[in-house]
Design a protein around this ligand. Structure first.
Ligand SMILES: [Zn+2]
Length: 98
């Protein structure tokens, strides 16, 4: 009788443990899904902000201003006077120096 009672108790504990594991797994899936959604929202917000602001100066992080000088498009920083060229503009400049 006592042995049967112990086995029944073990089964109940196993069942409770399985339910807890199932609940924890479901909660983990929901948390992961919420994190993925949040991450996607943040990525979208960052790319929207970058698009709105344009390129930022790599030295001082102020927005760069696109200027034309002698046929070259240069991104200039009004804050620290830096200037940047994209690869096509740089190749064009180097070609002129030959
Ligand atoms: Zn700058």
């Amino acid at each position: 009788m006592s042995d049967e009672k112990d086995r029944f108790g073990d089964k109940i504990r196993d069942l409770e443990k399985a339910r807890e594991d199932q609940w924890a797994a479901q909660r983990d899936r929901e948390l992961l899904e919420r994190l993925r959604r949040k991450q996607a929202e943040l990525k979208q917000a960052v790319s929207a902000a970058a698009e709105t602001m344009g390129a930022l100066c790599p030295r001082c992080h102020h927005p760069l201003v696109k200027t034309e000088q002698k046929g070259l498009t240069i991104l200039s920083c009004p804050e620290d006077g830096g200037g940047w060229l994209d690869q096509a503009e740089l190749k064009s400049l180097l070609q002129r120096l030959k």
